[in-house]
Design a protein around this ligand. Sequence first.
Ligand code: CA
Ligand code: CA
Length: 169
Amino acid sequence: MTGTEYERRIAARFAAFDQDGNGYIDREDFSAAAKALLAEFGVPARSGRGQELYAGAEAFWQGMAGIADRDGDQRITREEFVTGAVKRLRDNPERFAEIARPFLHAALAVAAADGSGVSVADTTRVLAVFHVPAEAAGAVAAALDTDGDGRVAEADVVPALARYFTVPE
Ligand code: CA
Ligand code: CA
């Protein structure tokens, strides 16, 4: 992978977390992501699934801050993201899965309106909320349907997203 390609990928991963695009990742970005996801699927914030999603978003933020916010100012800059999050999570993808799982579990529950699992199309909608480029989102979602039944299982989503966000080389 060329340096430019690597930097492009990093920029895309950073943008997925920096929901409001103000140049750093903070708690607001995680609550904004939860809010956007609830709006996309028409789930009320005060519902059980809504509250679970917000709790997962807070846990995800705390985990990311613990890994990447080196100066403790409650903001993850692009430099902190690259030197802290990307490197440490690439070295330890299980750690990413651990901190992201409550949020992803809740996000899939929001997307699985009828409780019978999440369709590939709805997974693409979830990824779009996180600013995953459309051409990548469709392919990522389809790849998650490992047995080809048109449904995506949580057990496949968490490690796949961990791979995506930790920029495999
Ligand atoms: Ca931000
Ligand atoms: Ca910081």
